[in-house]
Structures are given as structure tokens and as C-alpha cells.
Write a protein that binds this ligand. Structure first.
Ligand SMILES: Cc1cc2nc3c(=O)[nH]c(=O)nc-3n(C[C@H](O)[C@H](O)[C@H](O)COP(=O)(O)OP(=O)(O)OC[C@H]3O[C@@H](n4cnc5c(N)ncnc54)[C@H](O)[C@@H]3O)c2cc1C
Length: 398
């Protein structure tokens, strides 16, 4: 190892903590600098492909993560205009055998908690709150993170895992603010008994309609249902977590069938986000500084892979630091080269899926239904192989 200085990680979200756990696995110390006054997660449910479980296993928390998950039977696609099922992807034994791990849904707090407990159990991870990283300086042998408090923290390298509005990215890439997608997402969690009984499916269900969709699945040992409703209303400004009334949410979904609307009617305490992503970029490295997760490749949520990719990044960057202990610059360059194409492809696919599967209308929707309903489970598995069969280390993109 070139020196004994710790690796600095800006941001203690799913990506930053995955990287910290990965470092600990490699015997490398790190300091996680988190802006908030406590470590935590905002929002409720998250879907995890088998590739997330490959990452959990690498990070040594596979069993803890599996214990928190709800194992859904299907990914189910419904036509929100006709109320008919278009297709479903079975997630049973053949799926698990094919990809070596299950597909699951989990509460964000539980997922983050598994990673946080893993970090707390390691002497090598120093977790610091109230530590917003504003910028960095480097001299070829070390990196100093400059905090909002004025404090300066020096380490061997810096990983910017500071999310969509990353300060570290501003310096590494400098490509301005994120792109506002114009898609407004409303999120709610309801008690299972409030979910219409005939819709209490053990599935990650998507109702796709013109310029809108609704997603629901059970969470937290079936105590609650996670509801996510999205309306492509060309919202011009980014918004995060603003409370909204049921009436305001319903206004974007009056054109879909009554059964799909009834899901929204049961929602409560809705909060609103206007979603953002970025154009993929080819470089995330500046000497001893790199990026991961949403700081590197923020994406629309339509492939349900942003957190999965952040965990894969954590696996890859820590692995490469282990492989190249004497050159952080080399480790970061190899990490970037291994990750850019796979994550850029997920970013681009997530946008395309939004347009062609989640939100089409008229003949465009008929094409979707015709193609998707004619696809067999084995064909779905073949199409998903690059994503779910891949890992943070192999860089698979097709
Ligand atoms: C509606 C919706 C649904 C989604 N569903 C899924 C899904 O089903 N499956 C999936 O895999 N992904 C999903 N995602 C994506 C996923 O939530 C993100 O990709 C993932 O959380 C990114 O993790 P991260 O650690 O990179 O960033 P973040 O979660 O944004 O964490 C960044 C951390 O850094 C801290 N921070 C910020 N700035 C600074 C700073 N300057 N200094 C220090 N700390 C800082 C923040 O407080 C935060 O703790 C969804 C996203 C949305 C919006």
C-alpha cells in the first residue's frame, strides 16, 4: 500500500456506505463524510435485482440483506387503460437459478441499515455526520476535502458519493446542474389493509398509461404497500419531497381505468419529486478523486437500478484499490473503465423504457403490448442476462 492514509468518501448513502464496506473488506481504512446530521435514507421501497445481491455478498452482508427483503413472485406489467395484464416475468426458482440470486423489494431504511451496521462493526470505517464536502484540493500524494464548517480532512484519495447534486462532481466533471426530466413522481406508503384486497399481489406491479404510470409492491414483511405514481407533466423545476394533496395527485391520472385509479385514491401523505438525470459522461476521475452512484451516473428509476449500480460501483472501486494498492490513480482509472459503459447503458435504457414501455399512448402502446405479451419468460431472462447476471466487476453491458 502506498501510504496509510484513509480514503475519504463524501456521502453516506447506499453508494458511499457500499464503498466503505468494500474498503473494510480489503483492509483499507476510510472516513465517510456525510452532510446530514444523521445517517439515513429518504423514501420507502426499493427494488433490488439479483445483481444487488451479488454486491451484498461481496460486501459481506448478503445474509443480513436477505433477511430484510420481501421476495416478490413476479414483475407484472398492466395496461392502465384496459386494466388487462400485458405480461409478467416470473421470479421463481428458474429465475433464481439463472441469475444466482433472487429479485426482491426492501424498505430503504432497512437496506441502508444493513450497510450502516456493517460499517459500524468495522474499526476501519470512521463515520462522520455534519460534514458537507464543498470542494477538494490535491497534491499528487494526498487529497484534502474542504468542509462547509471550514474543517479540512486529508486522506489518500476522495470518492464523491454525494448524490445527484454532487459537489465533488462539479469539480471533477463540471457539467452544470442535472437535467430536469419533466416527470413528476408521487410517493406514498399505506398499511396493507388499506390496499384494495384484489390488488394485494405479491408482485412488483407496473400499470402503464399515456404519460403516466403507477407502481406498487408489498414491503416490510407485508405490513405496508409502497405506492409510486408518476405523471409526465413537463414540470420545469427540480423538486424533492414536497407534500401534496390526494386531489393534486389524482389530477394526473383521471384518464386511466378505475381500478388503477383506485390505487391512488387509497394513498395518503403523498410527497412529490420532479425527477432528474444526466447525460452519461466518459470520465469520472481526476487524479486521486473519483465518483460513484448518482454522483457519477444519475438515472431515471425505470429500470429500478440506481441503487443497484451504486452498490456495484462500491464493489468495483474497492476491488480495484485492493488490486492496485500502490497506485490509486491506476485503481481509479481501471474502476472507471470497468464501469462507464455498463452504467451509461443503464442510464440510456432507463430513459428509453420510460418512453416506450411506461408512458406510450395509442398505436405506440399497442406495439408495446404486442411485443411484450409475445415474449416468453425464457426470452425475458435472455434479455435481462447482461443486467442481472452482471456484477460490479465484469462490466457486462449486453
Ligand atoms: C422514485 C425513485 C425510485 C427509485 N427506485 C429504485 C429502485 O427500485 N431500485 C434501485 O436500485 N434504485 C432506485 N432508485 C434510485 C436510487 O434511489 C438511487 O440511485 C440511489 O439511492 C443513489 O445512491 P447514492 O448513494 O449514489 O446517492 P444518494 O442516495 O443521493 O446519497 C448521497 C448521500 O450524500 C450526502 N451528501 C450530499 N451532498 C453531500 C456533500 N456535499 N458532502 C457530504 N455528503 C453529501 C447525502 O446526504 C446522502 O446521504 C429510485 C430513485 C427514485 C427517485
Amino acid at each position: 500500500m502506498a501510504d496509510g492514509k484513509p480514503i475519504l468518501i463524501a456521502g453516506g448513502g447506499i453508494g458511499g456506505l457500499s464503498a466503505a464496506l468494500g474498503m473494510a473488506q480489503k483492509g483499507r481504512s476510510c472516513i465517510v463524510l456525510e452532510k446530514a446530521s444523521r445517517f439515513g435514507e429518504i423514501g420507502a421501497g426499493i427494488q433490488l435485482g439479483p445483481n444487488a445481491f451479488h454486491a451484498f455478498d461481496y460486501l459481506g452482508v448478503g445474509d443480513a440483506a436477505r433477511a430484510k427483503a420481501v421476495y416478490v413472485d413476479n414483475l407484472r406489467l398492466m395496461d392502465a387503460m384496459t386494466g388487462e395484464e400485458i405480461t409478467h416475468v416470473p421470479l421463481d426458482e428458474p429465475f433464481r437459478k439463472r441469475f444466482g440470486n433472487p429479485y426482491a423489494v426492501v424498505h430503504r431504511v432497512d437496506l441502508h441499515g444493513v450497510l450502516l451496521e456493517g460499517c459500524r462493526a468495522s474499526d476501519l470505517v470512521d463515520l462522520r455526520t455534519d460534514s458537507e464536502v464543498l470542494s477538494y484540493e490535491q497534491d499528487g500524494a494526498s487529497v484534502t476535502a474542504v468542509l462547509a464548517s471550514g474543517e479540512r480532512v486529508t486522506g489518500a484519495a476522495l470518492i464523491g458519493a454525494d448524490g445527484l447534486w454532487s459537489n465533488v462532481r462539479r469539480q471533477v466533471v463540471g457539467d452544470g446542474p442535472p437535467r430536469v426530466s419533466g416527470h413528476t413522481t408521487y410517493r406514498s406508503v399505506i398499511a396493507t389493509e388499506k390496499m384494495p384486497e384484489d390488488l394485494r399481489w405479491n408482485a412488483a406491479t407496473l400499470w402503464a398509461g399515456p404519460r403516466c404510470h403507477v407502481v406498487h409492491y408489498p414491503l416490510s414483511g407485508w405490513k405496508v404497500f409502497n405506492l409510486v405514481a408518476t405523471f409526465h407533466n413537463d414540470a420545469p423545476e427540480p423538486v424533492a419531497g414536497k407534500p401534496v394533496s390526494n386531489e393534486e395527485v389524482l389530477a394526473g391520472f383521471r384518464h386511466i381505468c378505475a381500478r388503477a385509479q383506485s390505487i391512488i385514491e387509497h394513498g395518503e401523505d403523498w410527497k412529490l419529486w420532479v425527477l432528474c438525470d444526466r447525460e452519461p459522461v466518459e470520465n469520472w476521475v481526476d487524479g486521486r478523486v473519483t465518483l460513484l452512484g448518482d454522483a457519477a451516473h444519475p438515472m431515471m428509476q425505470y429500470l429500478a437500478q440506481g441503487a443497484c449500480m451504486a452498490m456495484e460501483d462500491g464493489v468495483c472501486v474497492s476491488h480495484m484499490l485492493g488490486e492496485h494498492p500502490d497506485s490509486i490513480e491506476t485503481a481509479f482509472t481501471v474502476y472507471r473503465d470497468r464501469r462507464v459503459v455498463r452504467t451509461a447503458w443503464v442510464q440510456l435504457q432507463a430513459r428509453a423504457i420510460g418512453e416506450h414501455i411506461y408512458h406510450p399512448d395509442g398505436a405506440h402502446a399497442l406495439v408495446r403490448n404486442a411485443i411484450m405479451s409475445a415474449t416468453s419468460p425464457e426470452e425475458w431472462y435472455d434479455r435481462l442476462e447482461w443486467l442481472y447476471g452482471g456484477t460490479g466487476l465484469d462490466g457486462t453491458f449486453r
